[in-house]
Ligand binder design. Structure first.
Ligand code: GDP
Length: 216
C-alpha cells in the first residue's frame, strides 16, 4: 500500500484565502518551537500509518500554510469508516499552520498584513472545523496565548488547547503544570490535553477530537 502523504498546498500571505480542498480543515496555532511540527508528524503518522511523510515547512513567513493530508494512492485507508471521506490519493483533511497569528515578531507593516490574512482565514473559512492552540506544558501561558485564545473565541472557532512536550514533566509536576495552564487560560476541566510528539501521549485522543470536529 502506498503511504498517505501530507503535502504542502501553499503558503498564503495576501488577502486571498487558500483554494478550498473540499474537506474539513484544522488550524494549528502556537508560538514557534512549541512543538507544532513534531505533533503534526505524530498525528499524520497516526492517521495514515507509519509510512506517512510530512513535507518540510518552508521557512518563509506566511499567514496561512495549508497542507493536505492525502489518502493512500493505492489500497485501503486507515481513517476507517468514521471521519473525513477516504478517496484514494485525494485530500482527506486539511491542516492550516498560522505561524504569524499572535506570535510572530514582525515589523508593524508585515505584522498587520500577516495577521489580517490569518484572521480572515480564521473568521471566514467555511472548511475550518477546529483550532488547536499549542502551549508548552512547562510554561505559564503568555499574554500572546491569552490574546489568541480570546480572538478564536470571538470568531466562533471551536478550539482545543493542548499542552505540548508532556514527556518533559516529572510525574509530580503534571498536575500543577496543567492547573497553571487551565487557570492561566480559563479553560474548562479536562483541558489542556497533554500531548507529546516524542512519546505519542494524547495523540490518539487528539485525533479522535479532530474526527469528531469534522463530523459536526
Ligand atoms: P515548532 O517550531 O512548533 O514546529 O516546534 P518543533 O516541533 O520543531 O519542536 C521544537 C523543538 O522542541 C525541537 O527541538 C523538538 O525536538 C522539540 N520537541 C518538540 N516536541 C517535543 C516533545 O513532545 N517532547 C520533547 N521532549 N521535545 C519536543
Amino acid at each position: 500500500t502506498a503511504p498517505s502523504e501530507l503535502r504542502m498546498v501553499g503558503g498564503y500571505l495576501n488577502k486571498q484565502l487558500p483554494p478550498s480542498l473540499g474537506v474539513p480543515e484544522i488550524a494549528f496555532l502556537g508560538r514557534s518551537n512549541v512543538g507544532k511540527s513534531s505533533l503534526l508528524n505524530r498525528l499524520v503518522t497516526k492517521a495514515a500509518g507509519d509510512s506517512a511523510r510530512v513535507g518540510k515547512t518552508p521557512g518563509a513567513t506566511a499567514s496561512v500554510n495549508l497542507y493536505a493530508l492525502l489518502g493512500p494512492s493505492k489500497g485501503g485507508n486507515s481513517l476507517k469508516s468514521k471521519g473525513p471521506s477516504t478517496a484514494e490519493g485525494k485530500p482527506i483533511l486539511g491542516f492550516a499552520d498560522l505561524p504569524g497569528f499572535g506570535y510572530a515578531k514582525l515589523s508593524k507593516e508585515t505584522k498587520e498584513s500577516v495577521e489580517e490574512a490569518a484572521e480572515r482565514y480564521l473568521g471566514k473559512r467555511r472548511e475550518l472545523a477546529l483550532g488547536i492552540l499549542l502551549v508548552d506544558s512547562r510554561r505559564i501561558p503568555s499574554e500572546d496565548d491569552r490574546v489568541v485564545l480570546a480572538a478564536l473565541f470571538d470568531m466562533g472557532v471551536p478550539i482545543i488547547v493542548v499542552a505540548t512536550k508532556s514527556d518533559k514533566l516529572k510525574a509530580n509536576e503534571i498536575e500543577p503544570a496543567m492547573r497553571n495552564i487551565r487557570e492561566g487560560l480559563g479553560l474548562p476541566d479536562g483541558q489542556p490535553l497533554r500531548v507529546s510528539g516524542v512519546t505519542g501521549e494524547g495523540v490518539k485522543e487528539l485525533w479522535q477530537i479532530i474526527l469528531d470536529a469534522c463530523e459536526t
